[in-house]
Design a protein around this ligand. Structure first.
Ligand SMILES: [Zn+2]
Length: 565
């Protein structure tokens, strides 16, 4: 056998086995904590503007539990964020998955040193450090950090994810052998009937609530023997899972709806992409959520919904062709093998809804760049921003005292947006040239949307529809020293602590210096706390601290103090 053939054979065998590994999900992941697995959040839980992308492991309301690598791999990314995941580690595994560990209180010392070096090199608290595979290999069960509450975390826990390394999609970790006991069947609270009748879904779509009765997985309508459907109808369901009776509530694994035994809608929470995740606002009845706090999971798919949760070719929309009785069945599943069903009868009854049909078709926009311009407003709704066609609405409101424009209502605040829109609002003559760079757009809640002055207009990206006007941010952030004052002896104190706040545009940057040299200041947004931990860089002796904090409109506050260590 020629030598080159053998080499070729070995290479092809190796590459074959590598491919085979990628296509098979590993089931030998260990749990990332040594605590009995208990979840405060599951994959697919309904959260504001997103489905939960991982598992939240409880940590006895405490920080500082060791966090272990779930499998062999290498650290591919280390990240520190003010909000979001706080301190997080990403581990790439040879099977093609990445595990993510977030809200950590501390990194393992060898990781912590690399991160701190990076922070000093970039002179930034927030860093995002990608690594190549040779730098930090880890073994399954090795400690990589300690659990915490950093970033946008509402209490001590470990947020854990498994992602597809290549596509970066979030995968359901419970598909990887990390099963958490679930002995409770999904619970159904009620259903909603939507009468679409040829119109796009909106908050104006007529809807009707039907209570359900039942327990232990078998449900029926509480009082209605038969639901009357119009020409084109659809349903939504209020339901959730529990792991133990009367325990916390979680998202479901699967929702199926069938008509006379044939599936018309299926949603399954196996994976989703982060780009599509905001479309939870299309999965849910967004207006109902905003107005009442109720999470109605629509069992029909809007045309602009990019989520990959749904079985394609199924719209969930029901058009009965006769006047016979038909049966609809909801089947809900969790990952513990528990299912619940709701059966009910429906019948076509055009007459009862004839009056609901709108007389004149509106002028709809969808799936294209849409521009609206008048003397005071310029708006771009980009292609891909809408889940359903809208008939765009605009109105002008009175000027509020102390503001620099009239109020402009840009469509409806209960219509969800997938992508930001560009909005420019004309400033009035009171906006003096020297104050132009202090102007921001503000929504109906008084929250700054940022903005830049351009040819007489203040322009910004808006994430939601609503009512907007122009205000000014001329006030610098407030710095409150918590444990330092000029001339203080800080011996025996481990940290210098401040509280910082800005009244409108928000904190943009903070820079701490000791004796003129940049120091790492750590920032916790949720408690508005900023601190520096003393280390070997500051030896005993006399020192000068300088802290400057700027807001997003360039207003800056500076605090200075001499101290002894
Ligand atoms: Zn989480």
């Amino acid at each position: 056998m020629p030598k080159s053939f053998i080499v070729g054979l070995i290479i092809s065998v190796l590459s074959f086995s590598a491919d085979a590994q990628i296509s098979q999900p590993s089931t030998d992941f260990r749990f990332p904590l040594d605590l009995k697995p208990s979840l405060s959040g599951a994959f697919g839980d309904l959260r504001p503007n997103h489905f939960h992308s991982g598992l939240d492991f409880r940590t006895n309301q405490r920080e500082g539990y060791p966090v272990y690598a779930v499998a062999d791999g290498f650290i591919s990314r280390m990240r520190v964020q003010i909000g979001g995941f706080g301190q997080a580690i990403y581990l790439d595994h040879p099977n093609g998955n990445t595990s993510v560990y977030a809200h950590l209180s501390a990194f393992h010392p060898k990781i912590a040193k690399l991160v701190k070096d990076f922070q000093y090199r970039l002179e930034s608290f927030e860093v995002d450090v990608p690594l190549i595979f040779s730098e930090l290999p880890v073994k399954k069960g090795e400690i990589i950090g300690w659990s915490g509450n950093t970033g946008s975390s509402g209490g001590p826990h470990l947020h854990f994810e498994i992602r597809d390394t290549k596509t970066e999609e979030a995968l359901n970790p419970q598909m990887f052998g990390l099963k958490v006991p679930d002995v409770s069947k999904p619970e159904i609270r009620g259903i909603y009937l939507y009468q679409l009748n040829g119109e796009p879904f909106s908050e104006d779509t007529p809807k009707q609530y039907f209570a359900v009765k039942g327990a232990a997985g078998t449900y029926s309508l509480a009082t209605t023997p038969v639901i009357n459907l119009s020409a084109e109808s659809a349903f939504g369901i209020v339901a959730f899972d529990r792991h133990v009776p009367a325990g916390g509530t979680y998202g479901l694994y699967k929702i199926e709806l069938s008509l006379d035994g044939e599936n018309i809608y299926t949603a399954t929470w196996n994976k989703f992409s982060f780009d599509a995740n905001k479309a939870i606002n299309s999965h849910l009845d967004y207006a109902a959520l905003k107005k009442t706090g109720m999470s109605i999971q629509k069992s029909f798919v809007e045309p602009g919904n990019p989520l990959g949760l749904y079985q394609t070719q199924q719209s969930g929309i029901i058009k009965l062709e006769d006047n016979e009785l038909h049966e609809l069945v909801y089947k809900l599943s969790d990952l513990g093998g528990n299912t619940s069903t709701l059966r009910f009868k429906v019948k076509r009854n055009m007459s009862s809804y004839a009056s609901e049909k709108s007389s004149a078709r509106k002028n709809y926009t969808f799936n294209e760049d849409f521009r609206f311009n008048n003397a005071d407003v310029k708006l771009l709704i980009p292609k891909g921003a809408l889940y359903s066609p809208i008939s765009f609405e605009y109105s002008l409101g009175a000027k509020l005292p102390g503001t620099y424009s009239q109020q402009h209502r840009i469509h409806r605040q209960n219509t969800p947006l997938h992508l930001p829109c560009t909005l420019s609002v004309k400033a009035d003559a009171n906006l003096k040239p020297e104050l132009r760079d202090k102007a921001v757009l503000v929504d109906q809640r008084g929250v700054s949307q940022g903005g830049t002055f351009e040819n007489g207009f203040v322009k910004s990206e808006i994430k939601n529809f609503g009512t907007f006007h122009i205000r000014m941010d001329t006030l610098p952030p407030k710095i409150t020293p918590m444990n330092i004052n000029d001339g203080k002896t800080m011996t025996g104190i481990s940290r210098i602590v401040f509280k910082i706040a800005d009244q409108l545009s928000g904190i943009a940057t903070f820079t701490g210096k000791i004796d003129g040299k940049w120091i790492l200041m750590e920032y916790d947004q949720k408690t508005a706390t900023l601190w520096h931990r003393f280390d070997e860089k500051t030896p005993p002796g006399k020192h000068q601290l300088e802290l400057s904090v700027a807001d997003k409109k360039g207003n800056t506050s500076v605090y200075k103090a001499n101290f002894n260590l």
